[in-house]
Design a protein around this ligand. Structure first.
Ligand SMILES: NC(=O)c1ccc[n+]([C@@H]2O[C@H](COP(=O)([O-])OP(=O)(O)OC[C@H]3O[C@@H](n4cnc5c(N)ncnc54)[C@H](OP(=O)(O)O)[C@@H]3O)[C@@H](O)[C@H]2O)c1
Length: 494
């Protein structure tokens, strides 16, 4: 991996939005703090609001988004932040070009540009004519597209064609910020740098896999977007399928990022189409979350009283490859659930010999905690002391921040740094996204209408029908029968 970040102009479209304020500027601050940005890195922020530079800096509320702000570091970054008013609907390409050329001249820096589209996806296409003007500069151009990339296979293909008309594939970075998370990047290290895990990572050893992203938040201020999107398109097409790709991919043939992306695409392409009985959609009803009474989805401001948008989805995926044939992957995600956590569990098979000697024992399980309390745990059986000599499941638990300290880079810091370095590993390629959309379009077409679940619960009871055999996949109470100990870490910082 390269480590030297070159001089470059960072251009942020949508600079007055939530993503810029909460994620991009704080991530740039952390890169500055780590001295990873050169002095020749102007940050050009573009937005529709009529702000002066000072008003814009105020609006970023940096104290609110960075803990223990070092004012010297912030000062040094802020000096390089510019704000320019620009409405994508009306700005002329020539005006944009001369604005950028003027800034470049003032800084007298190399001609590299990182453009971040922190915009609603519907306006991505409108940026194409502006981006084409940057092709004329010397140096490289890298353009970051936020998720979601399209709304279905057709719109994603149209969007892709439109941006490919002005950008080469190597210039395009499609973001799924989950792939920037430390523990997600660790999946490949865990799998491919450890004989112990590598040898257990297939249908001979793994009984089933659970991938869960559980949120306590509702739609907050995103009702307009969310009601058109729903959980399947908002969370599964990108985050959950990307996690699945990392867990299930074959060993990349080389360290070249394209090899890794080839293997990820292969996983998605080998997913069997989901059957109607393998998907459960849900929508939250009123209930209690973290001790607070909360309203149902259809009573949220901005949501139609008869909305049928799903806020929860659980489904069973099968991958038709030598390695995974017959192993169910249970994926679920939802809003307004009882706990906030994201994790992957690989539950191992038990041999007949084990049962013959010890009777029923808990399954060995590999747990990758993506958030909170990032870490990796392994549940295995030991003999408890004393006369009874019972077999008991215990956890060997690697806590990421206990070992590496609390300063793990945020996902967006990793994303920005990787784009700056031109590293592509954590950015889905077009064929990866295209394959995901085809899978998702089919899933949405076959799924039944959402059923209700109480806010603060662990989702609709109907999701239990997805359980294979006696796995007791979903419900925490029952899951504890498989693993008596594992939840204390998750709970601690909930
Ligand atoms: N926020 C997050 O945590 C998050 C997480 C993952 C992905 N994303 C993705 O990141 C993108 C931005 O999200 P966000 O939450 O920052 O949205 P947001 O708060 O609604 O901000 C959108 C930004 O785009 C600007 N904009 C909209 N239409 C425009 C136009 N025609 N011309 C110029 N500027 C325009 C808005 O300007 P005004 O201020 O003038 O309206 C605003 O600066 C979206 O694609 C979203 O899906 C966000």
């Amino acid at each position: 991996m390269k480590s030297l970040v070159e001089s470059q102009m960072v251009i942020i479209f949508g600079a007055t939005g939530d993503l810029t304020r909460r994620k991009l500027i704080p991530s740039l601050y952390h890169l500055e703090r780590k001295k990873l940005l050169t002095r020749c890195t102007p940050i050009v922020c573009l937005g529709r609001q009529d702000y002066s530079r000072e008003e814009f800096l105020q609006s970023l509320d940096i104290n609110g988004s960075v803990d223990n702000l070092n004012s010297q570091v912030w000062q040094s970054l802020a000096e390089r932040i510019e704000y320019h008013r620009m409405d994508l609907e009306s700005v002329l390409a020539d005006d944009f070009q001369s604005c950028i050329a003027g800034i470049r001249q003032r800084y007298a820096c190399a001609g590299n540009s990182l453009v971040y589209l922190a915009l609603p996806t519907r306006v991505f296409q409108g940026t194409a004519r502006l981006l084409s003007t940057l092709q004329e500069q010397t140096g490289w151009l890298r353009v970051v597209f936020e998720k979601p990339f399209g709304e279905d296979a057709r719109s994603a293909a149209e969007l892709n064609a439109s941006i490919r008309s002005v950008l080469d594939e190597e210039q395009i970075f499609r973001v799924d910020h989950y792939l920037g998370k430390e523990l997600v990047q660790n999946i490949l290290t865990l799998r491919f740098a450890n004989t112990l895990f590598a040898s257990a990572w297939d249908s001979k050893s793994i009984d089933h896999v659970q991938i869960t992203v559980s949120e306590t938040l509702g739609v907050e201020k995103r009702a307009g977007y969310y009601d058109r999107s729903g959980a399947v398109r908002d969370m599964v097409q990108n985050h959950l399928l990307q996690l699945l790709a990392f867990v299930a991919m074959e060993t990349p043939k080389s360290p070249n990022p394209e090899s890794l992306r080839d293997e990820a695409v292969n996983v998605i392409r080998q997913l069997e189409p989901v059957a109607r009985e393998d998907v459960v959609l849900g929508q939250y009803l009123e209930g209690e979350v973290d001790g607070d009474r909360v309203s149902g989805y259809c009573q949220e401001p901005g949501v139609a009283a008869d909305s049928t948008t799903e806020t929860y989805v659980a489904f069973r995926a099968l991958i038709d490859t030598e390695r995974w044939r017959g192993v169910p992957f249970y994926l679920r995600t939802g809003k307004r659930l009882g706990r906030r956590f994201a994790e992957i569990r690989l539950v191992l098979r038990q041999s007949a010999d084990t049962a013959a000697i010890f009777g029923p024992v808990a399954a060995n399980t590999i747990i990758i905690r993506i958030q909170p309390d990032e870490g990796i745990a392994l549940a295995f059986n030991v003999r408890s002391p004393g006369e009874s000599g019972r077999t008991e499941s215990v956890l060997m638990d690697f806590c990421h921040h206990c070992h590496f300290g609390p300063n793990t880079p945020e996902a967006y810091e990793a994303i920005l740094r990787n784009v700056m370095l031109g590293e592509r590993n954590i950015f889905p390629r077009w064929d990866w996204i295209e394959a995901s959309w085809h899978y998702i379009d089919h899933l949405r077409a076959v799924a039944a209408r959402p059923v209700g679940y109480a806010a603060g619960s662990s989702g609709p009871l109907e999701a239990d029908t997805l359980q294979a055999g006696n796995h007791h996949v979903w419900h925490e109470g029952v899951t504890r029968q498989i693993l008596p100990l594992p939840f204390h870490h998750v709970r601690r910082s909930d």
